[in-house]
Write a protein that binds this ligand. Sequence first.
Ligand code: M6R
Length: 618
Amino acid sequence: MCGIVGYVGGQSALDVVVEGLRRLEYRGYDSAGVALLADGKLATDKKAGKLANLESSLAESPLPAATTGIGHTRWATHGGPTDRNAHPHLDCTGSVAVIHNGIIENFALLRAELEGRGHQMSSDTDTEVVAHLLEEETRGNGEAVDLADAMRRVCRRLEGSFTLVATHVDAPELVVGARRNSPLVAGRGNGENFLASDVAAFITHTREAVELGQDQVVEVTAKSITVTDFDGNPGESREYHVEWDLSAAEKGGYDYFMLKEIDEQPQAVADTMLGRLGADGRLHLDEMRLSDDDLRAVDKIIVIACGTAFHAGLVAKYAIEHWTRIPCEVELASEFRYRDPVLTRSTLIVAISQSGETMDTLMALRHAREQQARVLAICNTNGSTIPRESDAVLYTHAGPEVAVASTKGYLTQIVACFLVGLYLAQVRGTKFGDEIRAVVDDLRGMPAKISDVLASMDPVRALGRELRDATSVLFLGRHVGYPTALEGALKLKELAYMHAEGFAAGELKHGPIALIEDGVPVIAVVPSPRGRGVLHDKVVSNLQEVRARGARTIVIAEEGDTAVEPYADTVIRIPQSPTLLQPLLSTVPLQVFACEMADARGHDVDQPRNLAKSVTVE
Ligand code: M6R
């Protein structure tokens, strides 16, 4: 997500902060900014686009010399990637500067309250409310400003996840940070100290780090790092020595960005739901920009997407049709406009794209809009072309995805599709409130279950190494297990450069079963035996069919599903979940398997041959 740097010491704060931001560039971002405390005033500069834009601006209009400063690279969530939405954000008096990573869930309420008390907002961000709240909490009463105490009081009012770093003109040589569900680490130097969203930002200055705990505030001066909880009690923090080199630090100690991104999935899924699942069990998609009347008028949905995003669309079809009873088609964006699809004003196109720049998807959505259809984008990149050209957008909050192979992008696309399906069901009344609430509760439980899957991946990694010399791997699934099979095969193709195919398990006997011979690895995704038991039994039969012909069967099955055991050479267990939500769990071992196999075959996992992260040609 966003990159954060804070500095107090004897060096040029601007140099340290900009260098830190450069070290965080790998995370991806869409704007950058700095604020320096110089001569009792705040000096700021911020620019949309690359850090180089900010650097050119700073070269043209230099800021005064300072030894206290903060800096930010933004990955837009609330408000497009523009100069005015770039961080830092200031209060009305220009006394406080704030940078932020995460999402402040109750910002709309806080913003309305602040505006009611006369505050002027100058951005569309959720972050800015914090600057104005700090303004109120530090307003002169003759006493010295206690920025840390103000921050604690503000944090107690915030909902959501956040890392915040602030500086105040009346609290010189001090930077204050706070965190909840979002990373923040302090760096202990000699006569200087640092704050950052990860150690890569300060590793060239110090390797002594202080890891902050949940719901903590940290006060950083040149000489001290003081940690408290949100109530002001001394906070526990962990001091450690950073062993990584710079490149490892950028990847958070992982060998590949892909591994890091796989592990970020519980958080990415949770962030994508944040602020959208109300405590009352209702969905709130405030930023959707399509009215309830528009949504009630929809008589057909067509999902368009490419690659992994297309597989998310296939999952969406099962959920949307089940919950809303609206016919839903899914089409490869590259094929869509060439078949002259039947579209009307009542057709809702759902365009899914992690990057928001995929040319095939963009051309398909332009075609749809020319035919008067409405387009809802599901996208991870705020301000990119696809959401800009759509009637409505629902952003996934996966944060930047650096590895070419999509992982957290995919799971969050599936979650966003579920949110769209449930929202349509809510608006159109095709599901009772308590039915929607039950799914919402299940969704809330998914991040913890994804973490459980991730914690049990050692046997999957061993399997990836063991099968490194296979010439082909086949994947089987039914219902939502079918897109999971397709996604497992795509991951293996793009990373391990190995022949891999995903099949609808029922289709096997119509041809593909001829591929089965002794030792061919077949990975089967088995649905839950609960609920749709018929589906489960059918996949188990398909499993028997391939095993009888010599396949080596690897089975992804729910905990407690003993029926698969007689037909499985290897069983990979996932937690129990409703069938529709199962792809959020069953996909994870397939990502890990492909990544491990690619590494075992000596491939560049993050940048597979011939592939680009963003495919901007048709
Ligand atoms: O950025 P998009 O989601 O539009 O990208 C679509 C595909 O190019 C993308 O999912 C591709 O298939 C990935 N490399 C899969 O891992």
